[in-house]
Ligand binder design. Structure first.
Ligand SMILES: [Fe+2]
Ligand SMILES: [Fe+2]
Length: 146
């Protein structure tokens, strides 16, 4: 386990909500929890690269946004939707959970809410949002192709 992920995300990873995400299948052979951990790891690598090139991106925002970006899939009324409906509705559920259950700051909320860009038409407002989008796409392709 990437130590940055444990440093900033241990409360999320040990929460009942996240543990339930191990039961939700995602990308055929993965689950929401494992996918989110892959995204957090990939997003930390991207953040490390950016920060070594003059950026000052918050690892905390990146880790928490990654771990929570698909957490809305654990809501029963999302997990039981048709896949194409799920694509559109899960970010709204994820950001509501980020705000109401984990009290995330506006950067993390925005990162989670708009992580499906360009499928959702509104892009994220902050760099962690763009990092999570990139990491999510890379990990999703890898998981689907595995
Ligand atoms: Fe997603
Ligand atoms: Fe995802």
């Amino acid at each position: 386990m990437n130590t940055i992920i444990s440093e900033y995300g241990s409360d999320i990873m040990s929460s009942e909500r996240f543990l339930h995400a191990y039961d939700i299948t995602h990308h055929y052979k993965s689950c929401v929890a494992e996918h989110s951990l892959h995204v957090a790891d990939q997003a930390c690598r991207i953040t490390g690269w950016l920060n070594s090139h003059g950026f000052h991106v918050s690892y905390e925002d990146v880790v928490r946004g990654s771990l929570l970006h698909d957490i809305g899939m654990t809501d029963t009324n999302v997990s039981e939707c048709y896949p194409w409906v799920k694509v559109y509705v899960h970010p709204r559920h994820s950001s509501a959970i980020a705000e109401n259950e984990f009290r995330e700051n506006p950067v993390v909320q925005n990162t989670v809410r708009w992580h499906m860009w360009p499928i959702c038409l509104i892009p994220p407002r902050h760099i962690p949002g763009w990092i999570v989008i990139a990491a999510d796409k890379i990990c999703s392709f890898k998981e689907i192709a595995a």
